[in-house]
Design a protein around this ligand. Structure first.
Ligand SMILES: Nc1ncnc2c1ncn2[C@@H]1O[C@H](COP(=O)(O)OP(=O)(O)OP(=O)(O)O)[C@@H](O)[C@H]1O
Ligand SMILES: [Mg+2]
Length: 265
C-alpha cells in the first residue's frame, strides 16, 4: 500500500502521515515514512528523539551520496553526463532511521524545480529512489508531501494507490484540494480521498462533506480539532505519545481501519 498525503500548508499533513504510520506499525505492518518536506518535522510527529533527528541529512543535501551514485562531483555542472539509473536499493537501509513502533523514516528533502523537468543530479537520484520505493518496496509507504506533488512524475504517480487530500473547513483549503485533484488526475494517481481535519462541530463537518461531494472526492475521515495535538506540537513531542487516546488520534485510528477495509490490507 502506497499512500501520498497532500494538502495546503499547515492543514495537518505531517500529523496525519506520522500518526497513521505509527498506528499501522502497531498493527504489525512494516512501514516506511518518507519526509519530502523541507521543514523536516515528520521526525518529531513520529516520536524520533531530537538528538537523532538533528543528525539526519536530507538525501537531497547529501552531496557525497549524490556524487557517488550519479557520477557527478559536488558542484559539477549540469552539463556533465550522469548516470540515469543510479543504484538506490540500499538507500532505505543505509539512510533510514528507525523510530518508535519500528517505523522507518527516510528524509528526502525537496527537489528544486522538480516536475519541471530539471534533471540535476539530486533530482535524478530522488526520482529513481521514489520509483524504487513505490514499485519495489513491499511495505506500507507513506509520503508526507509538500503542498504540491513535485516529486511525482507521471508513471511513478500511477504506483501511488491513494492520495489523501487533507482539507480544513476553509475555502482556501478546498481550493487547494481542487488543484490537487486536477494534478492527481493529470499524473494518473488512481484514487484521491479526502480527510477532513481540525473539524469543530457539525457545520464544519457539513462544509467539508458538501464541498468534497461537489468535487466528487469521497471523505474517508473527519478528524476533530484537538487541543492535545496542538499542545504536543508546542512541546515538540509526538501527539501519539502525548495523549494516545485523544479524539484526533482515535479518528486517525479509524482512518487506518477504513484504509485497511478499502484496500483489503
Ligand atoms: N486535528 C488537529 N487538531 C489540532 N491541531 C492540529 C490538528 N492537526 C494538526 N494540528 C496542528 O496544526 C499545525 C500544522 O500541522 P502539520 O504540521 O501536521 O501540518 P502540515 O500540513 O504538515 O504543515 P506544512 O504544510 O507546514 O508541512 C501543527 O501545529 C499541528 O500540531
Ligand atoms: Mg508538514
Amino acid at each position: 500500500m502506497k499512500i501520498a498525503v497532500a494538502g495546503k500548508g499547515g492543514v495537518g499533513k505531517t500529523f496525519i502521515s506520522g500518526t497513521l504510520a505509527r498506528l499501522f506499525a502497531r498493527d504489525g505492518y512494516s512501514v516506511l515514512a518518507v519526509d519530502a518536506d523541507p521543514n523536516i518535522n515528520l521526525s518529531s510527529t513520529l516520536g524520533i528523539e531530537r538528538s537523532v533527528a538533528e543528525r539526519i541529512v536530507p538525501l537531497s543535501e547529501n552531496e557525497p551520496l549524490i556524487a557517488s551514485r550519479t557520477g557527478v562531483p559536488p558542484g559539477g555542472s549540469y552539463g556533465l553526463v550522469f548516470r540515469l539509473t543510479p543504484k538506490v536499493d540500499d538507500i532505505v537501509d543505509k539512510y533510514g532511521v528507525v523510530g518508535p513502533d519500528g517505523v522507518r523514516l527516510l528524509v528526502m528533502g525537496t527537489v528544486k524545480g522538480g516536475g519541471t523537468g530539471c534533471m540535476c543530479p539530486a533530482n535524478a537520484l530522488l526520482r529513481v529512489l521514489l520509483q524504487h520505493l513505490l514499485i519495489q518496496r513491499r511495505e506500507i509507504v507513506i509520503l508526507d508531501m509538500v503542498a504540491g506533488l513535485e516529486h511525482l512524475g507521471r508513471g511513478t504517480a500511477r504506483r501511488v494507490d491513494a492520495m489523501l487530500s487533507v482539507v480544513e473547513p476553509r475555502m482556501k483549503s478546498v481550493e487547494t484540494a481542487r488543484r490537487i485533484l486536477t494534478l492527481a488526475r493529470d499524473i494518473e494517481i488512481p484514487e484521491v480521498l479526502a480527510v477532513g481535519n481540525k473539524i469543530e462541530g457539525e457545520k464544519q463537518r457539513a462544509f467539508v462533506r458538501e464541498r468534497m461531494e461537489e468535487l466528487g472526492i469521497p471523505v474517508v475521515a473527519y478528524i476533530p480539532y484537538d487541543p492535545a495535538v496542538a499542545e504536543a506540537d508546542m512541546l515538540g513531542v509526538s501527539p501519539l505519545d502525548y495523549d494516545g487516546s485523544s479524539p484526533a488520534i482515535k479518528a486517525v485510528a479509524e482512518l487506518k481501519e477504513e484504509l485497511k477495509r478499502r484496500y483489503a490490507l
